[in-house]
Design a protein around this ligand. Sequence first.
Ligand SMILES: N[C@@H](CCC(=O)N[C@@H](CS)C(=O)NCC(=O)O)C(=O)O
Length: 210
Amino acid sequence: MKIIIATPSPFARKVRVILREKNINFEEIIDVPWNSKTLTDGVNPLRKIPILINDNLEPLFDSKVIAQYLDHYKSKPLFYPKDLKENISARLIETVADGICDAVVLIFLENSRTVALRSKTWIKRQEKKIFEGVEYLSQHLDEKMYFVGNHFNIADVSGFSCLEYLDLRFPQFKWRNKYKNLFKYWNIHKYRESFKETKPITQIIESLDN
Ligand SMILES: N[C@@H](CCC(=O)N[C@@H](CS)C(=O)NCC(=O)O)C(=O)O
C-alpha cells in the first residue's frame, strides 16, 4: 500500500498515524500538492492529499474515507468506535478538528498572497472558526485522557494533529495558555511513537499568485 502525503498536512497525518498504529506495511510518498507538478494530478480530481493507493482498489482520497477504509482493512486497533453514541461523538470531534485545520490552511494561503490582495475580513472569518473550534475541543475533552470513550481513537488522532498544526501555522494563538486541559492532554500523548514520527514539517511551496 502507498500513501501520498505532504509533510505539514494534518489530514495526511491522521492517516499516517493510523497506518503506524495498525502496524500496516506502507510506503510514504511525499508531494507538495500546491505546486503545479503535483502527484495528485490525474489521481484525485480535487488535487489534494492524502491519497491511498492500494493494488486492488481505485485511489482513495480524503482522510476520513481513508481512515474508515483502514478500519475495514485491519480492524485492530479500531479507530471508529462500534458503539453508535461514541462513534458519532468521535466523528464530531474529527469534523471539528479537520474544520479548524481547513480554516488554518485558508489563513495560511491568504497570507501567502501579496499584501494588496489579502482580505482581513476573510482572515477574521476563519479565525472565528479556529477559536470556537478549539473551545469545542476543550469542552468535550473536559479532564479526560481521551476525547471519546476510554481508548485512543479517531477523535484523538484528529484532535492531537489539529493542536500541533496550530503550533506550526497559527502559533500566535497560544492555546496552551488558554486551555489547560488541552495542554495536559497534549503532554500525555506527545510521547506516542506514531505522533513523534509524524510531527508536521514545513515545505516550500510555489507562489500562488503566479
Ligand atoms: N478534506 C480533505 C482535506 C485535504 C487537504 O485539504 N489537503 C491539502 C493539504 S493540507 C491539499 O492537498 N491541498 C491542495 C489544494 O487544495 O490544492 C481530507 O481530509 O483529506
